[in-house]
Design a protein around this ligand. Structure first.
Ligand code: ATP
Length: 257
């Protein structure tokens, strides 16, 4: 069953950003959300998370409408990493990751030894445990991004929603994070991530939703959705999808006009 997005219309007040958006995300699946700047990826995430009201349609988890859920129940089910996060308070990276445990900690209780262990393990899983005692605001943009992903892992939710998680990462961390996302899904999580790189979809996605002018231009497997034709339509540039061997396809752009 998993997460069902059913006929969602998204936007702000009377301004509709997207409509007729439907998909189902099962456990063990990675879904990539592709679409140009301003196409509504973050708006869709915020609507799924209940941070923005749906203009039409609804979001269900295992058949239940999540609109009625408490934030605590929601946080145990779905973890979210926003596109950017500013913290002006001098928390350490570990403190911030422990905050991901909030839904598991009693209202007036302190984090337990187990909460600390889970937080450390989440940082270690991403190869970021060396940052544990560093002040979060002093970390680089990419380091902060990895710590925020660790915080989402510490939440131990079943579904992970990541808004452009690779945006400020160096080449190595980008590959490591994509690999970790695939492993997390193989281990039982459902993951949705937005990205500007069609190659990410080709590398790790089971399904792709391609947003264009307020609608889903294509939805389905990477092979069906990430094509030279759809990418030309959406981004207005010529690309070739090449066979890189071992069943891998890669997207190559050309700067020649
Ligand atoms: N708070 C807001 N109030 C009104 N309009 C907004 C608001 N936030 C975003 N928008 C508009 O909604 C549209 C979709 O924005 P959104 O941030 O969802 O796009 P996106 O696909 O995530 O973009 P990007 O790839 O650039 O991050 C844009 O036209 C944007 O200007």
């Amino acid at each position: 069953m998993g997460l069902e997005v059913d006929g969602l219309a998204i936007g702000y007040g009377r301004t509709v950003v997207g409509r007729d958006l439907s998909f189902t995300l099962a456990a063990r699946q990675v879904m990539c959300l592709l679409g140009p700047n301003g196409s509504g990826k973050s708006t869709l995430f915020k609507t799924i998370l209940g941070l923005l009201p749906a203009l039409e349609g609804e979001v269900r988890l295992d058949g239940e409408r999540v609109r009625d859920w408490s934030r605590r129940r929601f946080a145990k089910a779905i973890a979210y990493v926003p596109q950017s996060h500013r913290s002006f308070f001098s928390f350490t990276a570990l403190d911030l990751v422990i905050m991901g445990r909030t839904a598991h900690i009693g209202a007036f209780a302190m984090p337990s030894g187990e909460d600390h262990d889970v937080a450390h393990a989440s940082l270690a899983r991403l190869g970021m445990d060396h940052l544990a005692t560093r002040s979060f605001p002093e970390l680089s943009g990419g380091e902060q991004q990895m710590v925020l992903v660790a915080r989402a892992l510490a939440q131990e939710a079943r579904i992970l929603i990541l808004d452009e998680p690779t945006a400020s990462l160096d080449f190595g961390n980008r590959v490591k994070l994509l690999r970790e996302i695939r492993r997390l899904a193989d281990g039982g999580l459902g993951v949705i991530l937005s990205t500007h790189d069609p190659d990410h979809a080709l590398q790790i996605a089971d399904q792709v939703l391609l947003l264009h002018q307020g609608r889903a231009l294509a939805a389905g497997s990477p092979a069906e959705t990430v094509t030279a034709e759809t990418l030309r339509q959406v981004y207005g540039v010529d690309v070739a999808i090449l066979d890189a061997g071992a069943g891998r396809r890669v997207c190559v752009s050309s700067i020649q006009s």
